[in-house]
Design a protein around this ligand. Structure first.
Ligand code: ARG
Length: 588
């Protein structure tokens, strides 16, 4: 279905041509002065140079051909050469009715669906999740859902960090604490009992301890590095411990991600890419892309046009060890083999942007990936506390995601304690509301920007917040429940009537932005655009709701039309929040 702007642009193009001007000047956009008009075209200003005429004269000539068009309520040339437009109520209502009748709410699915791998989440086994992981999960999930909704084939991969020093640290600490464990036996042959020798809470204590201790004690760190190297070269007992660490951590991570309403299609790990490394390194050498620099194997990735220094990409350290980027490059090889993607999107902290620049360049230069495959880095900013510094818990510790969820949930429950609802219902609503508070608080900011995590603001039922959006959806639901309870039958064939108030027009105008919003959110990897959309729609709808009688309206035709419009708003909002990874409760 064509977007409103596209329809208007076609009409303007015809008029520009009739007036003797190139139709390329007939570009229409949403007005930046909504108090004056809904849409505008600035083409006459741009065309003036080519035609050596006063823009206002040209704008007037174009408008002359559109005066009788039924699409417009108002169209006028405005000095120095704008064309200001507002669509007619009939035009708008026709559009809204088509939208209501369409299964996709008027949105066109992708004509050529692409295969897209989204690398997000990025949790590390055995290490506690930090807020960066929260952002990656929340933003990545929304990008994934949006791409999928548009019809693309999307594979979300958590890409677990399971192959680094953190494993060596845990092995080392365990060895100090429980040297009698069978896994430390040099002759251990790989048969191991299924019971892990630690729990998740053990790991949560062991890792930070070992990490801190290693910083003060170089010999301990060296021990951990050796353990990591031994693990990576296949020592059986260490592999068994590593497997235990993964099992225990993954079970825990799955629980947390489920709570966050984040779902991965793949639970791949950095270690899964290791088998691809030897051949990849060989190809890099054979292709003449890699060279030895001070014992290390590196690929130069700087380009002539660089304005800043882009260091070479190190593939192997002088002792032969692989690095984070070796794994990332091998993962590209693996993804190509397994999925042949058209695009890979990485949702990672923006502080890794130079790193990914190196990886992408290296992948292209060494022909690991063709020019036709897009590699996109979506870098996000930091989640800060109210003090403007990276978010910490009240006691200054690293954030435990589950604790954060619990705290927010408590705050929401407190707000709802006087509700006349069953306990189960309150619990269900509170869980959904607190998740909306956290996720919407994050997603409503442009991903690349830092933002302040403000629980009080995020959990407020008013303003641009997740709970406010859910509240609006619940309002549409209870409105429809009332319709049902009062046995009101809305004629199936009846249509949404042209708007008869400003507030109704505003609701309709907000609705028309649905398809362009989803497209823009996908193309620009910008979930915040969906947030802007749902906020505008909620806000206009609530105003309309307060100003008009809906279910109790005596005029049946108007009542039915209002009910249908409200139902459409509810449906669009619910579809939209699903793209954000949120759900609305039945009541709140
Ligand atoms: N595990 C990494 C971290 O905690 C994030 C992984 C991002 N994805 C990637 N392909 N490198 O920083």
């Amino acid at each position: 279905m064509k977007k409103v702007i596209e329809i208007l642009q076609e009409e303007l193009s015809a008029a520009f041509e009739k007036a003797g001007y190139d139709k390329k000047y007939a570009k229409v956009g949403v007005s930046n002065r909504p108090d004056l008009c809904q849409y505008q075209c600035n083409g006459a200003l741009a065309a003036a140079k080519e035609y050596h005429k006063a823009p206002i004269q040209m704008a007037n000539e174009v408008v002359e051909f559109l005066k009788d068009s039924e699409s417009f309520k108002e169209i006028a040339a405005q000095a120095p050469g704008f064309i200001n437009m507002s669509v007619s109520d009939r035009f708008l209502a026709d559009y809204i009715n088509k939208m209501a009748a369409s299964e996709t709410l008027g949105l066109d699915k992708a004509e050529n669906p692409e295969t897209i791998v989204i690398d997000y989440g990025g949790a590390n086994v055995a290490k506690p999740l930090h807020v960066g992981h929260l952002r990656s999960a929340v933003i990545g999930e929304s990008i994934k859902r949006t791409a999928r909704y548009l019809g693309h084939k999307v594979i979300g991969d958590v890409h677990l960090g399971d192959w680094g020093l953190q494993i060596g640290l845990i092995i080392t600490e365990l060895k100090h604490r429980k040297p009698e464990l069978v896994y430390f036996d040099e002759s251990f042959d790989g048969e191991y009992p299924t019971e892990p020798p630690f729990t998740m809470s053990d790991l949560e204590e062991i890792y930070p301890y070992a990490s801190g201790y290693s910083k003060e004690h170089p010999e301990y760190k060296e021990e951990a590095q050796t353990a990591t190297a031994e693990l990576q070269s296949g020592r059986k007992g260490y592999l068994a411990l590593w497997q235990h660490i993964i099992n225990v951590s993954v079970a825990d991570l799955k629980k947390i991600y489920t709570k966050l309403n984040v779902e991965f299609d793949l639970w791949k790990k950095e270690s899964d890419a290791q088998p691809y490394i030897p051949q990849m390194v060989q190809d890099m050498k054979d292709g003449g892309y890699a060279h030895i620099d001070q014992g290390a194997l590196v690929v130069d990735v700087k380009e002539e046009t660089d304005t800043k220094e882009i260091p070479p990409c190190m593939i192997l350290k002088s002792n032969g060890a692989t690095l984070y980027n070796t794994t990332d490059l091998a993962t590209i090889v693996e993804r190509r083999r397994l999925f042949d993607p058209d695009e890979i999107i990485y949702v990672v902290d923006k502080r890794q942007s130079l790193y990914f620049e190196q990886v992408f360049r290296c992948a292209r230069k060494t022909k690991i990936i063709g020019e036709d495959v897009k590699l996109e880095f979506v870098g996000f900013g930091t989640m800060n506390g109210k003090d403007g510094k990276p978010f910490k818990t009240r006691d200054g510790g690293v954030l435990r995601l589950e604790k954060l969820l619990e705290d927010v949930n408590e705050q929401v429950l407190d707000k709802m304690k006087d509700r006349d609802m069953d306990k189960d219902m309150i619990d269900d609503a509170a869980a959904k509301i607190s998740l909306a508070a956290i996720k919407y608080g994050d997603l409503s900011n442009q991903a690349s920007k830092d933002y302040i995590f403000d629980v009080d603001r995020f959990t407020s039922f008013e303003g641009n917040t997740g709970p406010y959006i859910l509240y609006t959806i619940v309002r549409t639901k209870s409105l429809l429940a009332k319709v049902k309870a009062q046995n009101i039958t809305v004629d199936e064939k009846s249509a949404i009537e042209p708007a008869d108030s400003k507030s109704e027009t505003d609701v309709m105008l907000a609705l028309t932005k649905w398809s362009e919003t989803v497209n823009a959110a996908f193309e620009e990897h910008a979930p915040h655009k969906i947030c802007q959309f749902v906020y505008e729609l909620s806000d206009t709808f609530n105003k309309f709701y307060h100003e008009n009688k809906i279910v109790t309206n005596e005029n049946e035709k108007q009542r039915d039309s209002y009910i249908k419009l409200s139902a459409l708003v509810g449906k669009v909002l619910e579809t939209a929040i699903d793209l954000l990874g949120l759900e609305a409760p039945e009541r709140m």
